[in-house]
Design a protein. Structure first.
Length: 383
């Protein structure tokens, strides 16, 4: 008699269990989760099939499954599962496994949920920068008095902005290259698994713009039941990143196109500062509310270190950036500089680990949504 031989990857099951999917074995395939999910498409819905594939340890099949990313972690399936198998949490653990599989630098991916280790790497990088510059001047701002006799703190006097840019520009580009590397491999695998062949990228181009529109509106989140309150803080954090990205490039334009000096645009009357401060406030508020929501639901839904690492990192970036500015404005040069260094460490941490952290969902989920649209598999919520 012919049959399919399934070779479970036991190591994969063990890793999943350690990443928050310890309830996986409880699933008895009743399919309630797929029925209650308000997002899964009608044909071949998730997450029931992913639960059985995960129980069987089908690592490669799950990595090439766009449905793992179409899930928006609403938690409705977890709430309604009669066995307490927490399918929403299992899909979260599967997303982490996918990020690790498509990682360009595996050792960095292994630290995706280890906040302390990531912080140490960030601190080493910034310490290396300070040593390489060799002329960091901790007392420069102590003497920075303007013509009215007021202390005027300019961070560039302490650590030259151009030197920071020489470090952060390559780190940012490395993050972009890493993301493209992961997306490309993921795309090829999902196309291959769907029988479309590996290189169908160009055909999917018309699906990109409507998908980005969907992401900007967050309308899929709106249809979540259990976690519907996540939409607003998620939107705040998302738009905070966009605002801060624009602010950074705006400053680059001042510095490297118009030839301004660092500090020339640090007045609160500059619109660049308005956007930057609005972004920082949205970042703090959004990440704080996301942390609060997760803590409030910790009895029902599991949050792994992978979840917490990114949330706390984003929160600390917002707080240290805002505090450094506040100390600068009131003329407290020593705390301003100390907090500024912390802020740089957190930014370095973000740039180095973003493609291996939960932030990677921005590009993997968007890719899966483009694929779904490209193949006519509309999400229930979007339809
Ligand atoms: S995860 Fe729960 S609801 Fe889904 S099939 Fe398994 S037992 Fe049923
Ligand atoms: S967590 Fe939400 S979106 Fe994901 S499978 Fe469960 S119900 Fe569907």
């Amino acid at each position: 008699m012919n049959g399919t031989i399934i070779e479970p990857d036991l190591g994969f099951i063990k890793d999943l269990t350690a990443s928050g999917a310890e309830s996986l074995k409880k699933c008895y395939q009743c399919a309630t989760c797929s029925v209650v999910c308000r997002i899964a498409p009608e044909g071949s819905p998730f997450p029931r099939k992913e639960m059985v594939w995960a129980q069987w340890g089908l690592k490669d099949k799950l990595a090439a499954d766009p449905d793992v990313w179409l899930c928006h972690n609403c938690g409705d399936c977890t709430t309604n599962c009669p066995r307490g198998a927490k399918p929403g949490d299992v899909l979260g653990a599967l997303r982490k496994a996918t990020i690790e599989k498509y990682a360009m630098i595996r050792p960095l991916a292994a630290l995706g949920g280890n906040f302390a280790a990531q912080f140490i790497v960030g601190a080493i990088v910034i310490t290396g920068l300070l040593l390489a510059i060799g002329h960091t001047n901790v007392l420069a701002n102590y003497h920075s008095v303007d013509k009215n006799g007021h202390l005027r703190i300019i961070f560039n006097n302490f650590i030259p902005t151009h030197d920071i840019d020489k470090l952060f520009a390559p780190l940012f580009l490395l993050g972009v290259v890493t993301a493209i590397y992961g997306i490309r491999r993921f795309w090829n695998d999902i196309c291959d698994a769907a029988g479309l062949g590996k290189y169908t990228g160009r055909n999917a181009l018309p699906s990109i713009a409507p998908t980005i529109g969907q992401v900007l509106k967050h309308n899929v989140f709106a249809s979540c039941g259990e976690n519907s309150d996540r939409k607003t803080p998620h939107l705040l954090t998302f738009f905070a990143f966009i605002a801060l990205f624009i602010t950074t490039n705006w400053a680059v334009f001042y510095l490297y196109v118009l030839g301004w000096k660092p500090g020339d645009y640090s007045s609160l009357s500059n619109p660049l500062k308005w956007l930057g401060n609005a972004g920082a406030i949205m970042l703090i508020a959004g990440s704080y509310l996301l942390i609060k929501n997760r803590k409030a639901k910790s009895e029902k839904q599991t949050s792994s270190n992978f979840d917490w690492s990114l949330l706390y990192l984003v929160f600390f970036i917002g707080v240290t950036g805002t505090a450094a500015e506040a100390f600068r404005i009131v003329g407290a040069y020593a705390p301003a500089q100390a907090v500024y260094v912390m802020h740089l460490i957190f930014i370095a941490q973000l740039f180095i680990f973003a493609p291996y952290s939960k932030l990677a969902h921005m590009f993997y989920r968007t890719t899966a949504m483009v694929f779904a649209k490209h193949t006519g598999r509309e999400l229930k919520a979007a339809a």
